[in-house]
Design a protein around this ligand. Sequence first.
Ligand code: MG
Length: 155
Amino acid sequence: MRVGIGYDSHRFAMGRPLILGGVRIPHTHGLTGHSDADAICHALTDAILGAAGLGDIGHMFPDSDPQWKDADSVQLLSRANLAVTEAGHHLVHADLTVIAEEPKLAPYVDAMQQRLADALVVGLSAISIKAKSNEGMGWIGRGEGIAVIAVATVS
Ligand code: MG
């Protein structure tokens, strides 16, 4: 068994769609980034790459490369998982905590779990997503952006 950790954060901006865990969520703001800025997929990608000792998402999909502009991060996650599989590892379980003041993400957790489980070719029970606020503190509390922490176990 090996364990990897991933962290990601993105800033909110007007005029961007909010996509988290591969699910489009209605909100006044979206997240900025070179890809679709899906912080859940990015943190999870780093966690599984880390568990396999395969570097990180920025190394695998550099933001200097125009082919990843507005990329679907579920596709990036799926590609990274393929590399993990080719290296002889197999995702056992992933646990994620999303820290966002707004919007409330609980209504979308089931859909995000399903999307990620499908992308990673694992059962639904292998993907855990928890959403919480930052109790109004700091940059997350002011609604400037969101952060995601992911832990992945591979065998
Ligand atoms: Mg990111």
